[in-house]
Design a binder for this molecule. Structure first.
Ligand code: PEP
Ligand code: MN
Length: 338
């Protein structure tokens, strides 16, 4: 449930309500807006029965939160969150571009790509050092060596770097090298991994599961947040449908739906959503029009020889052309590249 305080509620009144909640072994989540303060309560709310909080000094009303996700819920935090990663703010007013190869393949590849995507306007270099491949015989990633290359590229360019983690071991390694962790579609409901990511102290990009509903996705975000890490960004990357013309089906409606349910930023990944290079640009534009806070795009120096996801990867020139095309869309949406 949430307790909405009156606009003029005093600090003492807020403290008194907070104390009653904590005295009953429930967690308090305070959201101070411009006008009102909202006190979110996490835990078994029946413990507050008979405490008469609805008539406590400064309380306007009490609203039940029926959804099972609380910390991720917009009711708990009506203003959109801004997730700060280095000097990049992911959220309203910004269009954050994360770009890079599917997999980290070599030091040269990461360096070249980092300079190219930075020049074109990206603020994040992406790359997988731990690859969750469909076949165990496909390239599985360079692991810690790959993380090292990412860190070197970060030092050379000042870009933030983001890498997918697939195990607790990968998280332990990644926190030494990267600025943000990525939980991939295949692990969206790996609850132990989500909890570890929550404990890592790094911001987390949580991709939507292959066949996950928005509700399941928000509950997955809640797993991370319930460990004390509220720095979560959601990434729509297409879902499984009966359509085979594209690798997945981009659920563009996820953007406004999430906007109505959560305060967390939302970015879109048109590369994994379609699997086809030529479809990336139109969907990137649609993402901005729908209100996305950013994009994740695969870029490779030589897509024809990429170790994974070559068909959907853009060349450096194609990526530069894409960001040039996106700039007017971005400013129309009131967002600047970040
Ligand atoms: C990726 O971003 O490299 C990736 C594997 O994406 P997804 O988890 O969305 O399939
Ligand atoms: Mn990929």
């Amino acid at each position: 449930m949430i307790i909405i305080m009156k606009p003029n509620a005093s600090q003492e009144a807020i403290d008194r309500v907070t104390q009653v909640i904590q005295d009953n072994d429930l967690q308090v989540h305070l959201s101070r807006g411009h006008e009102v303060t909202i006190i979110g309560v996490v835990g078994d709310k029946t413990r507050l029965k008979g405490k008469n909080l609805e008539i406590a000094d400064g309380v306007d009303k009490i609203v039940a939160v029926t959804e099972s996700y609380k910390l991720a819920n917009k009711k708990f935090h009506p203003e959109q969150s801004v997730i700060q990663v280095g000097n990049t703010s992911i959220g309203p007013g910004s269009l954050t571009i994360m770009a890079g190869p599917c997999a980290v393949e070599s030091r040269e590849q990461m360096m070249e790509t980092a300079f190219a995507v930075k020049k074109a306007g990206a603020s994040f270099l992406r790359g997988g050092a731990y690859k969750p491949r469909t076949s165990p015989y496909s390239f599985q990633g360079l692991e810690e060596t790959g993380l090292q290359y990412m860190k070197e590229a970060r030092e050379a360019t000042g870009l933030n770097v983001i890498c997918e983690v697939t195990s607790e071991h990968a998280i332990e390694r990644a926190v030494r090298y990267v600025d943000m962790l990525q939980i991939g579609a295949r692990n969206m409901q790996n609850f132990e991994l989500l909890k570890e990511a929550g404990k890592s102290g790094l911001p987390v990009l949580l991709k939507r599961g292959l066949s996950a509903t928005i509700d399941e996705w928000l509950n997955a975000a809640e797993y991370i947040m319930s460990e004390g890490n509220e720095h979560v960004v959601l990434c729509e990357r297409g879902i499984r449908t009966y359509e085979t013309s594209t690798r997945n089906t981009l659920d563009i409606s996820a953007v406004p739906v999430l906007r109505s349910r959560t305060h967390l930023p939302v970015i879109l990944d048109p590369s994994h959503a379609t699997g086809v290079r030529a479809y990336v640009a139109p969907l990137a534009k649609a993402a901005i029009a729908a209100g996305a806070d950013g994009l994740m795009i695969e870029v490779h120096p030589d897509p024809a020889h990429a170790l994974s996801d070559g068909p959907q990867s853009l060349t450096f020139d194609q990526f530069e052309d894409l960001t040039a095309q996106l700039r007017p869309y971005s400013s129309l949406a009131g967002r600047s590249f970040s």
